[in-house]
Design a protein around this ligand. Structure first.
Ligand code: NAD
Ligand code: MG
Length: 389
């Protein structure tokens, strides 16, 4: 029988990769829902190609525009995730949550009760709202699988394992500036930061890879998902991105997981985690295996890593502040308003601002509170940027 699925953020990088997998395995899937923020041209094309009857377009302007131009009477177009109840009568088999940013938190949360299996790529929702998401997952007996490649790899390595974890290595490619001079980085333009050597991703996550902020976020993400102390994690630069996780157990065994640098691999294995299916993949790369190189990142080259010292032990609103401030700074850099180095320099200053520091030890009680903190952090960052322009 076909598995019923939903893809949140289907017009983005992860969304499109997910649809490519569905396309190659059409007999296995029926897509019930696709969503986008603004990309109505693409979602309309996707809904036609995959015969999808429900779509959500969250931007009001684009929703109205699509309602005007759509001629397919069988296509139901909604404007908000409040309509999920109308779309799903029973739980569907798989949901892929691939909206970018904190805006993905509420939709991801709302999707849990309608999903037997939920794959979350939207790292921001895990980082800011894990305690709420985890509670909802348990309440609804939904199976959660992380999609971020490092976290998917750790999950694959440790599932069904009874041994205790001693240490986990999170690998980082080092991004496009790893071998670049200070002079080059000082003058780096958005297109330089977006030119990732190994991965093809959305803009925001590509800039986060260049600053190494993505690895800071991934460490927080991993510590929450696997419920481990931050001290158990080490970040190592591994420029080839062939190994995605290394787990050392208390019994002395060390497991490594390698795969090609394609998000299609974790996504495919999310859909087929409990059934056997072959994916087209390249043979083991001996040249890569013979040249696996790992090194400690230099904090002088990646000042964002200094943030690691400030991360609270438990889930707090600090993570929301961190995500939002970084998000605003990345947007500003992409608009050529600040320099690349300003992203980490400003970030380290803004998170110390008194009005924000009081949230460092406050546990988020609901999504509304997270979104309120997001708005405050946005406001303070914009104020800071105006003052320092
Ligand atoms: P993207 O920018 O390419 O796509 C984002 C998608 O979310 C689009 O479909 C867009 O329409 C939708 N969206 C954006 N803002 C929205 C809003 N306000 N409301 C509703 N929908 C909205 O992003 P991406 O690279 O596919 O990344 C998606 C998520 O997956 C991010 O959280 C990212 O950190 C994570 N992730 C991505 C990769 C990757 O390889 N791209 C790898 C690991 C994790
Ligand atoms: Mg990752």
């Amino acid at each position: 029988m076909k598995k019923k699925i939903a893809i949140l953020g289907s017009t983005g990088s992860i969304g499109k990769t997910t649809l490519n997998i569905v396309k190659k395995n059409k007999k296995d899937f029926e897509i019930i829902l696709l969503t986008t923020n603004k990309n109505i041209k693409k979602i309309l094309k996707q809904s036609k190609e995959f015969n999808v009857k429900n779509i959500i377009v969250t931007s009001n302007y684009h929703f109205k525009k699509l309602k005007k131009i759509n001629i397919n009477k069988n296509l139901k177009i909604y404007n908000s995730f409040k309509n999920l109840k109308k779309i799903f009568k029973t739980k569907i088999d798989y949901s892929m949550c691939a909206i970018s940013g904190i805006d993905g938190l509420k939709p991801t949360f709302d999707m849990i009760k309608f999903s037997k299996n939920i794959g979350i790529a939207n790292k921001e929702s895990i980082i800011c709202g894990w305690s709420l998401i985890n509670k909802e997952i348990k309440k609804n007996k939904t199976n959660f699988i992380p999609i971020d490649s490092e976290h998917f790899s750790i999950w694959s390595l440790i599932k069904n394992d009874i041994h205790k974890i001693d240490q986990i290595i999170l690998t980082a490619s080092g991004g496009p500036f790893l071998y670049k001079s200070k002079k080059f980085i000082n003058k780096a333009k958005p297109e330089d930061a977006l030119n990732h050597p190994n991965w093809s991703m959305g803009q925001k996550i590509s800039v986060d890879s260049a600053t190494m902020m993505n690895k800071v976020f991934e460490l927080i993400e991993a510590k929450k998902i696997f419920n481990l102390n931050q001290k158990k994690f080490t970040i190592l630069i591994h420029p080839k991105s062939y190994i995605h996780a290394i787990v050392k157990y208390e019994n002395g065994l060390i497991k490594l997981l390698a795969h090609d640098t394609e998000m299609s691999i974790p996504i495919f294995n999310f859909f087929y985690h409990d059934r056997s299916k072959k994916i087209f993949s390249k043979p083991i790369n001996l040249t890569l295996l013979n040249n696996l190189s790992f090194s400690q990142p230099n904090i002088k080259n990646f000042p964002s890593l200094k943030v690691l010292k400030s991360i609270p032990k438990n889930d707090t609103l600090f993570e929301t502040i961190l995500i939002t401030v970084n998000d605003e700074l990345v947007k500003s850099f992409l608009k050529n308003k600040i320099k690349f180095n300003d992203i980490s320099q400003h970030l380290l200053k803004i998170i110390k601002i008194k009005e924000l520091r009081k949230y460092i030890y406050k546990r988020p009680i609901n999504i509304k509170e997270i979104l309120k903190t997001m708005n405050l952090s946005k406001h303070i960052t914009i104020k800071f940027l105006k003052k320092n322009a």
